[in-house]
Design a protein around this ligand. Structure first.
Ligand SMILES: Cc1cc2nc3c(=O)[nH]c(=O)nc-3n(C[C@H](O)[C@H](O)[C@H](O)COP(=O)(O)OP(=O)(O)OC[C@H]3O[C@@H](n4cnc5c(N)ncnc54)[C@H](O)[C@@H]3O)c2cc1C
Length: 412
């Protein structure tokens, strides 16, 4: 029972790898009542419906399939004394940590001392991708596909095409193959697959054509998908008969609560604005895992959750620098830089926090990434990178130069 009269020290919204890891770290740091709130009937987050490896190497020292990994995370949290409440949706967030909850027993309000926001990411739906053609059945995201196949044991189609080549596209391919679905082609607008080598050879090994420099133009069909038209960079079009379309990648943080609530949201990451401890614009709230930015693996989200749990415990003990101090804001002075997270840094010594500013670019980039304060270069690094590759800027080196209220990044 969530409302048992005992005050909650920390509520964690979302029982994925990051939320569960944060909750475990809080208990390990001696925090009293830690409650994880999960809207699904089962805890574990996205890995619950990724019935394939490789999960768990960093966390459990072995390679596991998603559901096994999720079950282990849940068991570890329960063993650590974490309360996990499922089928509870946080419907709104307010100042001072006030949360409104919808539960099978009715609507409740709770006011924990701190809240950790760990709601993960989702893939952009068809409507937001502006794909033209017929509105027919059989166009799904990877998440919906995995839920249909692994959780509901339904096979939505037999010969789909997969759009995109981020890592999750290979998760979609493995999901299809586990259910006897045989994708015809993977379609990538860029010249090479987005996921790192050797993932690009995997489709070919499985008899799936990889079409690069190619984009989806139109979906055809009456009630269900019958074909797609794709075009290459020379403008040549090709019609591919198929009975489904899997839209992969194009992740966006699950931030409805922040957008409808009072937390600042960063248009670049799509996630809440945070400092180097994951602390949001209302210091009663922290954020962790993939809600911070699109997108990292389960292992990295778990590691972030663990750190955030430890920082929240420090905060409860009054050991984090004040939120009222003047922060250093991070500015993106080049349209090719997609995002930077955290968005603000407190130049404080010895208080820990994230060691890196995480960045990504929108397109292939070769040049020098330069950080400037008041026009003066304070840090730089050669960059030869592509979209969806992690770029790490050491926060310690930026802080040691901090003599202004903002640092601007450009690529030259
Ligand atoms: C379709 C898809 C496939 C993926 N495949 C892989 C893969 O194969 N390998 C990999 O490493 N990574 C994969 N990822 C990345 C994935 O995000 C991470 O693996 C990991 O799950 C991130 O952990 P998290 O805790 O940040 O978020 P999640 O695991 O997404 O957990 C967030 C939890 O918050 C809950 N929640 C959201 N809103 C509310 C609310 N208002 N109230 C209560 N609960 C709420 C959700 O139900 C969910 O359980 C995939 C992501 C997606 C979207």
């Amino acid at each position: 029972m969530i409302d048992n009269g005992i005050p909650i020290d920390v509520a964690v919204i979302g029982a994925g790898p990051s939320g569960l890891a944060a909750a475990i770290a809080l208990k390990q740091a001696g925090v009293g009542r830690v409650a994880v709130l999960e809207r699904e009937p089962q805890a574990g987050g996205i890995p619950r419906h990724c019935n394939h490896p490789p999960y768990g190497l960093r966390e459990f020292g072995r390679i596991l399939k998603g559901p096994e990994y999720a079950a282990r995370l849940v068991a570890s949290a329960r063993n650590a004394g974490v309360e996990i409440h499922v089928s509870i949706t946080v419907t709104s967030i307010h100042g001072d940590g006030l949360l409104r909850l919808s539960t099978p027993e009715g609507v409740f309000e709770i006011t924990p001392r701190r809240v950790i926001y760990a709601t993960g990411v989702r893939e952009t739906p068809r409507s937001a991708r502006l794909i033209s053609g017929a509105r027919v059945q059989g166009v799904v995201n990877t998440g919906a596909l995995q839920s249909m196949i692994y959780l509901k044991h339904r096979r939505p189609f037999r010969r789909p095409v997969i759009i995109g080549t981020e890592l999750v596209a290979f998760s979609a391919l493995m999901t299809c193959q586990s259910a006897g679905v045989r994708p015809i082609a993977m379609i990538e607008a860029d010249a090479i697959a987005t996921a790192r080598w050797p993932s690009a050879i995997y489709p070919r090994m499985r008899g799936v054509e990889l079409l690069t420099n190619t984009r989806l133009v139109e979906i055809e069909g009456d009630t269900v998908v019958q074909a797609v038209t794709v075009a290459n960079t020379d403008g040549q079009t090709r019609r591919i008969e198929c009975d489904g379309v899997i839209l992969t990648g194009s992740f966006t943080p699950e931030v409805a609560l922040a957008r409808c609530g009072h937390l600042d949201v960063d248009p670049a990451t799509g996630g809440p604005v945070v400092d180097q401890w994951g602390r949001c614009s209302d210091p009663a709230y922290f954020a962790t895992g993939n809600v911070l930015r699109p997108v990292e693996t389960a292992g990295r989200s778990w590691a972030e959750g663990r750190q955030t749990g430890a920082w929240v415990a420090q905060d409860l003990a009054g050991k984090l620098p004040s939120h009222d101090a003047k922060p250093l804001r991070i500015l993106l002075g080049d349209a090719r830089i997609k995002y930077a997270m955290p968005q603000v840094i407190y130049p404080s010594k010895g208080a820990g926090g994230m060691s890196e500013i995480q960045m990504r670019v929108r397109e292939r980039v070769s040049g020098t990434l330069i950080a400037r304060m008041q026009g003066r270069p304070v840090w730089q690094r050669r960059l030869n990178t592509r979209p969806e590759r992690r770029i790490a800027v050491p926060i310690g080196e930026i802080i040691s130069q901090a003599a202004a209220d903002c640092v601007e990044f450009t690529i030259e």
